[in-house]
Design a protein around this ligand. Structure first.
Ligand code: NI
Ligand code: MN
Length: 231
């Protein structure tokens, strides 16, 4: 079984069936929802995936890359930043629409209308195109939308996703209604809401989101530290 572990806001840990450990958008130190700090990953971290460069997605990425030697998977621009400014050569740059077969599974970057600033020391020249990730892990397709508006591009994911992780916070990303619309287009088996409740501007009731989505898809509301197992 693969494991998807929520660490609050938009930070997800993935442990694959063969025990490869991935961390998506590590925001732990100043994440008001996180129940673990970056040291939780120091014993083993194989990959860090970054959807885009905002601080609430990359805060702990740089120190974790340095401490663990993990490989970075992100946009070409953020990967270039890691190599050039941080001297972290283990970085795999991708662009929206491109896919690549990694030892743990297939990764495709999906489009995500959002902002492209890179919040990192010396990162001012490295604006990125924000994205999401479509991951094939074992028998499942996991879609981590990233910070995104509702976009018709999501129609292209129709029936291709088993588990969809969608932001519902509004203000910076889709709100509950738009995320429910996205779920109707994508038709995943399970929807996991994220990117809400961390600050007053993105306060949302996940049960309201559930009422908009079910019964077409199941809504799984995860609390920080919760694990969801999937094949
Ligand atoms: Ni963002
Ligand atoms: Mn964000």
């Amino acid at each position: 079984m693969n494991q998807l572990i929520f660490h609050g806001h938009a930070t997800f840990e993935i442990v694959t069936a063969d025990r490869t450990r991935l961390l998506v958008d590590p925001f732990l130190t100043n994440n008001p929802q996180a129940t673990v700090g970056p040291e939780h990953f120091h014993d083993q971290l194989d990959y860090v995936l970054l959807t885009h460069g905002h601080f609430d997605h990359v805060e702990d990425a740089w120190s974790l890359l340095e401490k663990t030697g993990a490989m970075l998977i992100s946009s070409v621009e953020i990967s270039a930043y890691a190599g050039t400014v941080l001297g972290h050569e283990r970085a795999h740059g991708m662009s929206i629409g491109g896919g690549y077969e990694f030892p743990f599974g297939h990764v495709k970057m999906t489009s995500a209308p959002h902002g492209g600033r890179l919040d990192a020391e010396g990162g001012e020249g490295y604006t990125c195109t924000p994205g999401g990730f479509l991951l094939r892990l074992g028998e499942s397709q996991l879609y981590i939308a990233g910070d995104t508006a509702l976009t018709l591009d999501m129609q292209l994911l129709e029936n291709k996703v088993d588990i969809a992780v969608l932001p519902i916070g509004d203000n910076f990303t889709m709100g509950p209604e738009d995320a429910a619309h996205a779920a109707r287009m994508i038709k995943p088996r399970t929807v996991i809401p994220c990117h809400y409740g961390s600050w007053p501007e993105i306060e949302q009731d996940p049960e309201y989101f559930r009422s908009l989505v079910e019964p077409r898809s199941d809504v799984l509301v995860m609390s920080p530290g919760d694990t969801h197992e999937f094949k």
